[in-house]
Design a protein. Structure first.
Length: 292
């Protein structure tokens, strides 16, 4: 049976932010970020905002965006010729580049280095073969809301990760949102299907709702604005409310009203529930295939 490890608070409280800032400010050695695209760049911005010293960061990115290149002026080391003291290596490259890039990182990985991979697909076993079987490794799956600091990341450590290394990894990952920890790497495929791919499902919901509104007679541009504002507003309500999703849904559903009429369709035996289960199952299957 898969074991869910203690993940702490689900959102970042003021006290947690202080702890993260303290952890990052006390960090010694060098953090090597391999890949500074959308996800890697978002994490880098989060670390700097929370107080990690720019001089302690080395970025390996062959084609840095202008914003990343500009960080050299603040002290971030961009594509340095060598790094002698890599305490942390964060791998944020595309999974199709893993086979060619990850083995080149072996000289950076020392006995006390912790590797954090946010690549979709490659397993811990791949990283151990490419780098070292004795290395501390954390595999993590985040999602695109990380770009605005509202991501959700699920992380799994291997047996080599110490408590201090896990705390550091947690602080680094929380720079872009909430973090959950699990002990079974096999769960990452389902995580990928639910939260990793999940934002696309929500965006499709907005598209579908907008089209449905237009089909019901609304001007297309108005319907699109209504759908977008409704889904984003409902998401923010869910984020702020202590109530679960089912209770919030019930609170909107007056007996005999319009919402229940629509929900009768969405909650039918062939409605949204089974459709979403099939979608998540398909994404989980594909994640396993990509992981090899």
């Amino acid at each position: 049976m898969a074991v869910i490890m203690d993940s702490g608070p689900r959102s970042r409280s003021a006290g947690m932010t202080v702890r993260i800032m303290s952890t990052l400010r006390d960090f010694s050695g060098t953090l090597v970020l391999v890949g500074a695209g959308k996800m890697g760049g978002a994490m880098l911005e989060g670390w700097l905002a929370l107080g990690l010293e720019p001089a302690k960061i080395a970025v390996m990115e062959p084609k840095p965006a202008e914003a990343i290149a500009a960080l050299e002026a603040r002290g971030v080391r961009l594509n340095p010729a060598s790094v002698q003291d890599a305490s942390v290596i964060v791998i944020a490259i595309k999974p199709q580049d893993a086979a060619s890039v990850v083995p080149t990182l072996k000289p950076l990985a020392k006995a006390n280095t912790v590797v954090i991979s946010i690549m979709a697909g490659p397993k811990i076993s791949f990283l151990q073969r490419a780098l070292s079987p004795d290395l501390a490794i954390v595999r993590a799956m985040s999602n695109t809301p990380a770009s605005i600091g509202r991501g959700i990341t699920v992380a799994v450590p291997n047996a080599r990760v110490t408590n201090d290394q896990r705390s550091l990894a947690d602080a680094l990952l929380r720079a872009v949102g909430a973090v959950e920890w699990v002990s079974d790497e096999a769960l990452i495929d389902a995580v990928t299907a639910v939260s990793g791919s999940g934002p696309a499902y929500v965006f499709l919901l907005v598209e579908s709702l907008a089209r449905a509104g237009a089909a019901a007679g609304l001007p297309a541009d108005l319907s699109a604005r209504l759908a977008r504002a409704t889904v984003s507003g409902a998401g923010e309500l869910l984020h702020r409310s202590p109530l679960d999703a089912a209770t919030l849904r019930q609170n909107v559903s007056s007996p005999g009203g319009t919402t229940l009429a629509a929900l009768a369709v969405l909650m039918a035996e062939d409605g949204l529930g089974p459709l979403m289960e099939n979608a998540v199952a398909a994404a989980t299957k594909r994640s396993r295939e990509l992981a090899g």
